[in-house]
Ligand binder design. Structure first.
Ligand code: ASP
Length: 329
């Protein structure tokens, strides 16, 4: 029987409905897990590891590093890993780990739930059982298991606040579809050497959302001496205001002069940025920006954080950002 390590990090799946909201409740969680789902042991030999208990909106790179260290330390002892995690930033953590765990050769499956485990209509049981089963299979990458699918971690994004079907992977097919049978669609491995824990992430990235009537003067206060990359969330295929006093091009020039990488992703979930299509995109290219292609914001952001922590030269960072490292493009 396969050995699976269940790593608890918090989120709704570790919470209890109390009064008007939900609260983290480690004791209730483990009681439900062991007493109410004894069948879990029919799927795999499961060990649990309570790493931390946090709402995922409180997580940062230090938590991603703790997760990567945990997988690295337990790597030889287990066949697969399931990480219980809040849904709000699950796609960020999964993307970050996909870059940080080089040559991953075992499944690392994130899951969580929209309702606490103890709630009668909870999706926690189903997601947990599916994630554990997926962790016994041949996937060799970081995934997110939710509702009826396994998604590539760095392709997934939270799409719904209220539906049980909370995640989607707009630009890449699910790694697996979960029905009566689990149907694996993609079994890929990125790098085949020894697992290398490269989970270090910079916080010198700033995300700017373009919107109509954005006042570029608000950006003059940004200290570009403390920023090494800006992600511009543009409209459609990579457009933003390039005319008149609201033009963002002078800001792009300031970034270029300060040696700051400017990467453009789209506010639209589906399809790819194409900076050659409209004059705004062509201007962006001329003023030094690069394309995030079809990357999710989560993937583009954690990839830049990862690259900035490992490389100094802007040209290296820009070159690697535009290459697929672990299937994120
Ligand atoms: N706020 C929770 C979290 O991300 C939401 C959830 O788990 O669904 O930790």
């Amino acid at each position: 029987m396969k050995k699976i390590l269940l790593i608890q990090t918090g989120g709704t799946i570790a919470m209890n409905a109390k009064g008007a909201g939900v609260e983290l409740d480690p004791e209730a969680w483990s009681k439900v897990l062991y007493e109410e789902i004894p069948e879990l042991n029919e799927i795999a030999e499961i060990s649990t590891f309570p790493l931390f208990f946090e709402d995922s909106s409180d997580l940062n790179a230090s938590h991603w590093m703790q997760l990567a260290n945990c997988v690295e330390e337990k790597y030889e002892a287990f066949d697969g890993f399931v990480i219980l995690h809040g849904t709000d930033t699950m796609a960020y953590s999964a993307s970050a780990l996909s870059f940080g765990l080089k040559n991953l050769g075992k499944p690392v499956i994130f899951t969580g739930s929209q309702l606490p485990m103890s709630s009668i209509r909870s999706d926690a049981r189903r997601n947990l059982v599916n994630a554990i089963e997926l962790a016994t299979m041949d996937f060799k990458e970081v995934g997110i298991c939710f509702n009826d699918a396994l998604y590539r971690g760095n392709r997934a994004t939270k799409m719904s606040i209220g539906d049980f079907d909370a995640f989607g992977s707009p630009n890449f097919m699910p790694l697996a579809d979960i029905g009566i049978q689990i149907q694996a669609n993609v079994l890929e491995q990125f790098g085949s050497g020894k697992l290398e824990n490269r989970a270090h992430y910079s916080d010198e990235v700033f995300v700017l959302t373009a919107h109509p009537n954005l006042n570029p003067e608000l950006l003059t206060g940004l200290d570009l001496g403390k920023i090494r990359a800006v992600i511009l969330r543009a409209f459609g295929s990579g457009n933003f205001c390039v005319k008149g006093e609201k033009s963002l091009l002078p800001f792009l020039d300031r970034c270029r002069d300060a040696g700051v990488v400017v990467a453009i992703v789209s506010q639209a979930d589906y399809d790819s940025v194409d900076l050659t299509q409209y004059s705004a995109g062509r201007a962006a290219l001329k003023h030094g920006a690069i394309s995030g292609n079809d990357m999710t914001l989560e993937a583009a952001l954690t990839k830049l954080m990862f690259l900035l922590a490992h490389y100094d030269a802007k040209s290296d960072i820009e070159g690697l950002f535009q290459q697929s490292l672990v299937g994120e493009l």
